[in-house]
Design a protein around this ligand. Structure first.
Ligand code: RRO
Length: 348
């Protein structure tokens, strides 16, 4: 199941979906000690947040879907940086990819978190990727950035300019401080402190929209990957017995996940794979609950694959099962590596 994601050599392509089992250190510990290839933190803000009122997550008995309106509860960016620093040894030993998800409620909050990360360069040595969440559907009064076709490009321009400026400053400082007589190569410094940059996208449903977004993303060469999809925003689940909604925030409206969103997730992964090609790698997320789902995500073009609702429902033990099932499928089909079938979806 060995997977390479740029320079990262991972034991397998699986990662948790942000928000699942990754808010508190005890949950992150569970991920760290299971067989998952990479870990992403709960999307965070500069300071700790309580999030929306409860109940804010629901899964029906048939497990066909989940609905959440968590409202970005998190421990604040420093907490997650500290977690990665404190657990650096075990994370490195298990070769886990370490992803940090940022979801500032304004552009300034995102810039502020980037400052916090880069002001202590050591943070970057404990981190493999920074993922900017452009798609939280559950903040009362805020729309999803990924759907703001007018402003997305200028928003990303500000974020990427900030990242490139911080990187440049860091590089200059590091090279200045290199011990004389022990010259480290510029590239070595560059690799040590350079993290991957990704964006978490909402689902798109219109062929024109895929093209519009791909055109915008293509303007940012520093973008390494996209993670698609976030939950399908503003679904409504009703309990006929009680005649009530099942979650409290936003009169019951929330982000849908689970098995029912898999076709939408596959469509987004595959269409962006076609449009962005090799320029941007893809983390596929949405409705993966078994080895066959994982197989399909990779066939559609994903390099890494996130597990969300299934992990909420079954816990981290589902990871081994999903991997075993994929192994069986590959054996039956005579595939020995994931590259044998990645992106090789055929049409009729
Ligand atoms: O915290 C949430 O309500 C949440 C977030 Br930030 C997100 O990106 N996706 C989601 O389904 N819920």
């Amino acid at each position: 199941m060995d997977t390479t994601f740029y320079h990262l050599n991972l034991i397998n392509p699986l990662i948790n979906a942000s928000g699942v089992k990754c808010m508190q250190s005890s949950q992150l510990d569970e991920l760290t000690s299971c067989n998952i290839g990479s870990i992403v933190t709960k999307t965070c803000t500069p300071l700790q947040r309580q999030g929306n009122s409860e109940p804010r997550y629901y899964e029906p008995k048939n497990h066909l879907l989940t609905i959440n309106s968590m409202g970005l509860p998190n421990e604040g960016v420093q907490y997650y940086l500290d977690y990665y620093k404190k657990n650096s040894a075990s994370l490195q030993l298990s070769c886990k990819g370490r992803f940090l998800s940022l979801g500032g409620l304004s552009i300034n909050e995102n810039l502020n978190m980037l400052d916090i990360i880069y002001q202590n360069p050591e943070n970057l040595t404990h981190l493999d990727a920074i993922e900017v969440n452009l798609s939280c559907p559950n903040i009362v009064g805020k729309s999803q950035l990924g759907y703001d076709f007018q402003n997305l490009e200028s928003y990303l321009r500000i974020i990427f300019t900030k990242i490139e400026t911080l990187e440049e400053t860091l590089l200059v400082d590091m090279i200045k401080n290199l011990e004389p007589g022990k010259p480290e190569l510029k590239e070595k410094v560059d690799t040590k402190y350079k993290v991957l940059i990704g964006c978490k996208l909402p689902p798109y449903f219109d062929m024109c929209h895929f093209q519009v977004i791909a055109d915008i993303l293509s303007k940012f060469p520093r973008l390494d990957y996209i993670n698609c999809i976030n939950s399908i925003g503003n679904g409504l689940v009703i309990d006929s017995n009680t005649e009530k909604v099942v979650i409290k925030p936003k009169n019951g409206f929330g982000g849908l996940g689970g098995k029912v969103i898999k076709p939408t997730a596959l469509a987004n992964v595959h269409q962006f794979y076609r449009l962005l090609g090799d320029k941007v790698k893809i983390i596929g997320c949405g409705g993966v609950s078994n080895g066959d789902d994982l197989f399909q995500m990779i066939l559609a073009g994903a390099t890494l694959v996130a597990v969300g609702s299934q992990m909420m429902i079954k816990g981290v033990k589902c990871i081994d099962k999903i991997l075993r099932e994929l192994e069986d499928i590959m054996k039956k089909k005579g595939y020995s590596t994931l590259d044998d079938f990645r992106g090789k979806l055929q049409y009729l």
